[in-house]
Design a protein around this ligand. Structure first.
Ligand code: UDP
Ligand code: MG
Length: 323
């Protein structure tokens, strides 16, 4: 499938969505650091359907330095899919996904590679501070990690994004997970392997604005919960049990009261409250079941995770190829 040249030792995978302003500064910072570590590297840029001139700029870089390569997707598939596409194309013995906006400081790669050479298969880059993120994002992120920690069996490392070094073994394991919902943080934690951490302070974006809004983060959080936990499905058994217990006790109370002091007609308010409450609970649980059914539906369709428009400097790898 590949040409006969040896695969590079280190692959950097960079999802890019309208990062035109960042391309130049990104490579100017990254390339000298990579050259310092080892000359044998590649950077796989994944254009996630950018509407600006990101693609043209990366192509221009490629013509100066063929180690800079491009996979261009047919439209915007979202960061998780773009990252997956990049992992499918990367050939390195160690693969490092990182953002294009320099929020993942390239200097850290030196330390990560050192740890890898010591024998670690996963080196997580963990944020000490999140200066680059707003107050609200910090708080919601903290809640999210706590929630998912409680709901799922896997331990998703806190304050750790996709920026990490992975050995080839880990990448291959990841690429063999057939699921369509790519909640990368979760999948990366799920595969395990010998893991260590390095720490850094998260800086602000070099240029441009965040590509995530509240809605896309909410979607991501839901993906995380529903892809890694079935607790939301199961709690209804217990909610139902508790409600049944209450209504049973209430029924006994009513029977006794009717026997002792006769029946009385009033009770409209309590009936309304009970009906609405149970109705609400049932709708919520139906919605949750719907959420899972929708996901099962999406998985069974077996659509590819991404489609490639073109590649520059490397061969196209479709998502089904490695199987
Ligand atoms: N990104 C992408 N596709 C998208 C959204 C974002 O490939 O649909 C890329 C983006 O270009 C950047 C990285 O994902 O390289 C992280 O995005 P961003 O910096 O906007 O996220 P934040 O740092 O605010 O969480
Ligand atoms: Mg960013």
């Amino acid at each position: 499938m590949m040409n006969s040249s040896l695969p590079p030792r280190i692959s950097i995978v960079v999802p890019m969505y309208n990062e035109s302003e960042n391309v130049a500064i990104f490579f100017e910072t990254l390339v000298p650091i990579l050259d310092h570590i080892d000359s044998d590297w590649e950077v796989v840029c994944v254009d996630d359907g950018s509407a600006d001139d990101t693609v043209a700029r990366v192509k221009a870089r490629h013509s100066q330095d063929s180690r800079i390569k491009l996979v261009s997707l047919s439209r915007n598939f979202g960061k998780e899919a773009a990252l997956t596409a990049g992992l499918f194309h990367a050939r390195g013995q160690a693969v490092i996904p990182m953002d294009a906006d320099l929020q993942d400081p390239p200097e850290l790669i030196v330390e990560m590679v050192e740890k890898w050479r010591e024998g670690f298969q996963v080196v997580l880059a963990t944020r000490r501070l999140r200066n680059g993120d707003g107050m609200l994002k910090r708080i919601t992120a903290a809640w999210f990690y706590r929630l998912i920690g409680k709901l799922s069996n896997i331990d998703i490392p806190k304050n750790t994004g996709d920026f990490r070094l992975m050995d080839r073994v880990v990448v291959d394991a990841l690429l063999h997970l057939p699921e369509r919902t790519r909640f990368m943080k979760g999948l990366l934690a799920w595969v395990g392997f010998r893991t260590t951490q390095v720490f850094y302070d998260r800086p602000e974006r070099a240029a441009g604005n965040t590509k995530f809004n509240f809605r896309s983060l909410w979607k991501l959080a839901l993906d995380g919960v529903f892809a890694f936990s079935t607790v939301p499905l199961k709690i209804w058994t217990y909610v139902g049990a508790v409600i049944s217990l209450f209504s049973f006790s209430y029924a006994i109370y009513l029977i006794i009261r009717t026997i002792t002091s006769g029946s009385d007609v009033p009770g409209y308010a309590s009936i309304m409250v009970a009906v609405l409450f149970i109705g609400g609970i049932q709708l919520i649980s139906l919605g949750i079941i719907g959420e899972y059914v929708g996901r099962i539906y999406r998985e069974t369709k077996q659509r590819p995770l991404y489609l490639v428009q073109e590649t520059v400097g490397m061969e196209k790898v479709n998502v089904y190829d490695p199987y």
